[in-house]
Design a protein around this ligand. Structure first.
Ligand SMILES: *Cc1c(COP(=O)(O)O)cnc(C)c1O
Ligand SMILES: [Zn+2]
Length: 500
């Protein structure tokens, strides 16, 4: 819709002008630092940083209901820069001129209600929000759109050039970083470090296809992260892991979209999210806190974090109920089908601690919970979901298993509705479905396929001596008719078809 077609009272608000004053804020020592330079950790105390708008209070000059109208009307604009996560420009990148924004189709992923059968299996109604329907097929695109838009701003307006964007990855970060870097042909190259053999073939193919330098390292993600951190401390590179606070900022859009999809009434929702490096849960907590602070949502939803018991440091941390007795301990991970979250020492843990405390203060202790699930439960739940019309990855399956368990254990009351983060597309993790169907999981995974959830293709081949078109052979009309009749008969028998 064209700007002059909006109601006159909305026109001044629909297209945002750059505003605000952004700084990096250290949660640990409270110091603030300018954003002119790319900074990942606090120069004073080495803790992770968040981005803060020093002029945040100005946004309270607009009422919550008016903000709702602004975002709702803005969704009708056709300006590409505002079609993605920057619909919420004032909340996640207000300093950015629209010309710097990189939009590759990220955000506004569908919220799909579970059918009656699946809801009953879980115990409450719920929805998947399909973040696998982002351009590189995972939620990581939200954060990359933000981080690369800012890089683009630095290149266009602040004289930075020859950027090498680098990241360690469990697969999806590198796919997203390589995609956005490849779009910004001028001045940006990308390199990704992957744990050898610990990403799926699809995830390995993605950065290769985008033209990134792909470097495999023997070890797991946590090892790659150490190398990338060393590189970012000693060389001139742009770190694209979620240590980069711009990533967190962009990923907050997930919360904003949920709020908008539920007409800003989210007090009765439970948002379920898998935790790996803990960037996603950080962003989701922060996103809802911002909305609440501006009066855009009248109540906070509850948050249910989930980890596999093979990579569960955050779960173990919150197991201790008394905050003064909690001590964070990294764990050594074991193989997990939720491979994208297979992280033993989450970089964002200091952010999570701080935000969970803040969130619980406002919404009660039950408002943030963390549960763990078994590998078997993750696989069974993912397959159940996808047999009921969804396209969930293993991490989405992890959310479903967690929700079911939390409802069963009465950690979530039956009058709530849930939104599950299907963080990537099922196809990226097809390898685990295949291992399940062919009963070929390595013993460390501890997954035994359930017969009722297995599936396999059935070959219907003609008997020996009957010609078939195999290998592109062209059959004579009679032979072809014989082949079709025989094969159709076999298929009909297999499917139990009745004649007509
Ligand atoms: C990265 C990733 C996660 C984990 O998110 P964190 O922000 O690292 O906690 C979960 N699922 C998928 C598909 C991912 O790519
Ligand atoms: Zn500090």
């Amino acid at each position: 819709m064209k700007l002059d077609q909006f109601p006159p009272e909305m026109q001044p608000y629909v297209v945002p002008a750059p505003g605000g004053t952004y700084v990096y804020e250290c949660f640990e020592c409270g110091r603030e630092f300018g954003i002119e330079e790319l900074l990942y950790t606090c120069p004073h105390c080495s803790s992770v940083l968040m981005i803060k708008d020093r002029d945040w209070e100005r946004l309270k000059g607009i009422s919550g209901p008016l903000w709702q109208k602004i975002f709702d009307y803005r969704s009708m604009l056709t300006v590409p820069a505002l079609r993605g996560i920057y619909r919420f420009h004032e909340l996640i990148g207000s300093i950015m001129p629209l010309e710097s924004i990189v939009y590759l189709g990220e955000g506004h992923t569908p919220v799909v209600a579970a059918n009656e059968r699946l809801s009953q299996w879980v115990g409450i109604p719920f929805h998947f929000k399909n973040d696998g329907q982002n351009p590189s097929a995972s939620f990581k695109d939200r954060g990359m759109a933000s981080a690369f838009s800012y890089l683009n701003d630095l290149i266009q307006n602040r004289g930075i050039s020859n950027v090498l964007a680098i990241c360690a990855s469990t697969g999806d970060t590198s796919a997203a970083a390589a995609l956005y870097a490849s779009y910004l042909v001028e001045g940006v190259k990308s390199a990704v470090l992957l744990p050898q053999g610990k990403v799926t073939p699809q995830q390995l193919g993605q950065p290769l296809g985008s033209g990134a330098k792909v470097i495999e390292i023997p070890g797991v993600f946590d090892d790659c992260m150490k190398i990338v951190e060393y590189l970012s401390e000693h060389f001139s590179v742009a770190l694209m892991n979620s240590k980069n606070a711009w990533r967190i900022l962009g990923q907050e859009s997930y919360s904003y979209e949920i709020a908008q999809a539920f007409d800003y009434e989210v007090g009765n929702l439970t948002v379920v999210v898998p935790i790996g490096n803990a960037g996603n849960i950080t962003a989701i907590l922060q996103g809802f806190l911002k909305l609440f602070d501006l009066g855009i949502i009248p109540a906070l939803p509850s948050i249910l974090g989930v980890q596999s018991e093979h990579a569960n440091p955050v779960y173990l941390y919150y197991l201790e109920k008394r905050p003064d007795k909690r001590r964070f301990q990294p764990v050594t991970v074991r193989p997990s089908v939720a491979q994208a979250a297979m992280i033993g020492n989450p970089v964002s843990m200091p952010r999570v601690m701080r935000l969970v405390e803040q969130y619980r203060r406002l919404a009660g202790d039950e408002a943030v919970q963390v549960v763990e699930v078994k590998e078997q439960e993750i696989m069974d739940a993912m397959l159940m979901a996808n047999r009921n019309g969804h396209i969930s990855c293993t991490q989405g399956g992890e959310c479903l298993a967690a929700l079911r368990k939390a409802v069963e254990e009465k950690k979530i009351s039956r009058d709530r509705t849930a939104v599950l983060d299907a963080t990537a597309h099922a196809l990226k993790f097809a390898m685990f479905q295949d291992k399940y169907f062919t009963n070929s999981f390595e013993p460390e995974f501890e997954v035994i396929p359930r017969d009722d959830l297995r599936n396999a293709p059935l070959l219907v081949a003609p008997p020996a001596g009957m010609p078939s078109p195999q290998g592109g052979k062209v059959l004579a009309p009679d032979a072809m008719r014989a082949f079709v009749e025989y094969t159709a008969g076999s298929v009909a028998e297999l499917l139990g078809l009745k004649g007509r």
